[in-house]
Design a protein around this ligand. Structure first.
Ligand SMILES: C[S@@+](CC[C@H](N)C(=O)[O-])C[C@H]1O[C@@H](n2cnc3c(N)ncnc32)[C@H](O)[C@@H]1O
Length: 352
């Protein structure tokens, strides 16, 4: 494209660039030309007399040149789709998505279903590390808390290879529960575990809490990972091996409420309970698995945004009383918003 340009020796180019930006003269949509130790910047307009004086002082020359367009990569999915979707479609777009290695999982809201393929393809163009984009095709459901997904762009894949906190996980994401959004929690909990502690991770899925704990606290006495879904349990075994955590983590397949009284009774210093939907049904097991002298429980739950902790605290107190124990809340925090009226919370409490 032909436009007014300004030519300068390379060694003075930065000074001129600063001047052009300051005076709003630089045409950033056109690529600067480079030749024979000179740089030529494209201008947005003819400089005025005063500006010309400053330009002359820098030994720069103005003349018309042919420039190429500076193709700027969009910075976000929304920006990349801004010319491809209608205004109302853009308003409904949910531009956040989860990344599991080279697989992205995104929610396509109602009304945008027909645009799924376009959204998926654009996501891959924007993130060259991605090979597949799946859309969420249903909420987490069933005993195994799995989520239906459908391929919308790229190649079909069964297993994602996901890295977190120096660990690697293989995840058959359509057949097991996994959420990268709990990554901060995994790091937090792992940072609390002390040497010689015996830890039980209830509802351990493909093993992320247990493996991250083992990696961050290799002096833990044992980390028990209890999971009901046979496929998730098998993948936990693979992930334990992949991360060389066989000495620290023992994966147990089965129902927490059956495993705790049978295999974990009185053995644990710390229990992690990352199943917010129904964790209250497993509080007995937590009290049973803790050592006689007590320990610490990390209790995940959903609560109303207005008063998120009250119901959890009430039930914990009730169960503690049943076992003749006292509790002390060590920390309470919101893990993430879940819906307009609900948040996911975690309560760390001491049992004594
Ligand atoms: C919300 S997911 C948490 C998974 C894992 N902790 C993570 O962070 O990825 C709940 C997990 O608990 C498992 N689960 C459900 N009921 C269970 C039970 N009674 N005993 C053991 N595991 C159970 C499900 O199969 C699922 O993998």
């Amino acid at each position: 494209m032909r436009a007014l340009g300004i030519e300068i020796e390379k060694r003075n180019a930065q000074k001129l660039h600063n001047l052009l930006v300051g005076k709003r003269l630089l045409n950033g949509k056109l690529k600067p030309l480079h030749a024979n130790e000179k740089v030529i910047f494209a201008l947005l307009r003819e400089p005025n007399a005063h500006e010309k004086l400053q330009i002359v002082k820098l030994n720069a020359k103005i003349s018309k040149k042919d420039f190429e367009q500076n193709i700027q990569k969009p910075r976000s999915l929304r920006e990349a789709l801004s010319a491809k979707l209608t205004k109302s479609e853009l308003q409904h777009l949910i531009s956040s998505f989860d990344v599991l290695g080279d697989v992205a999982v995104i929610e396509i809201p109602e009304g945008l279903e027909k645009r799924g393929r376009l959204i998926g393809k654009t996501l891959i163009e924007l993130n060259p590390g991605l090979k597949s984009v799946y859309r969420i095709a249903g909420a987490h459901s069933g005993e195994y808390r799995t989520q239906k997904v459908e391929l919308i762009a790229g190649k079909a894949q069964k297993t994602a290879h996901y890295r977190e906190h120096g660990c690697i996980f293989e995840i058959d994401f359509a057949d097991v529960f996994f959420s990268p959004r709990l990554s901060t929690e995994r790091k937090r909990i792992a940072g609390l575990v002390k040497p010689k502690e015996a830890v039980a991770v209830f509802f351990s899925g493909v093993g992320p809490f247990a493996v991250v704990i083992a990696k961050k606290q290799p002096l833990a006495e044992k980390i028990y990972a209890v999971e009901l879904n046979p496929l998730a349990h098998r993948q936990a075994l693979d992930n334990i091996a992949l991360n060389h955590a066989e000495n620290e983590v023992e994966a147990i397949e089965g129902d927490v409420n059956k495993i705790a009284p049978k295999l974990l009774k009185g053995k644990c210093d710390r229990i992690v309970m990352p199943m917010p939907k129904t964790s209250e049904h497993f509080l007995d097991s937590a009290f049973i698995a803790l050592k006689k002298e007590g320990g610490i429980v990390h209790y995940y739950h959903f609560g109303p945004t207005e008063n998120p902790y009250a119901a959890s605290i009430a039930i914990i107190k009730q169960i503690a009383q049943k076992y003749g124990k006292k509790i002390k809340i060590l920390q309470k925090r919101i893990v993430r918003p879940f819906s307009a009226s609900t948040v996911q919370t975690v309560l760390d409490f001491k049992v004594y």
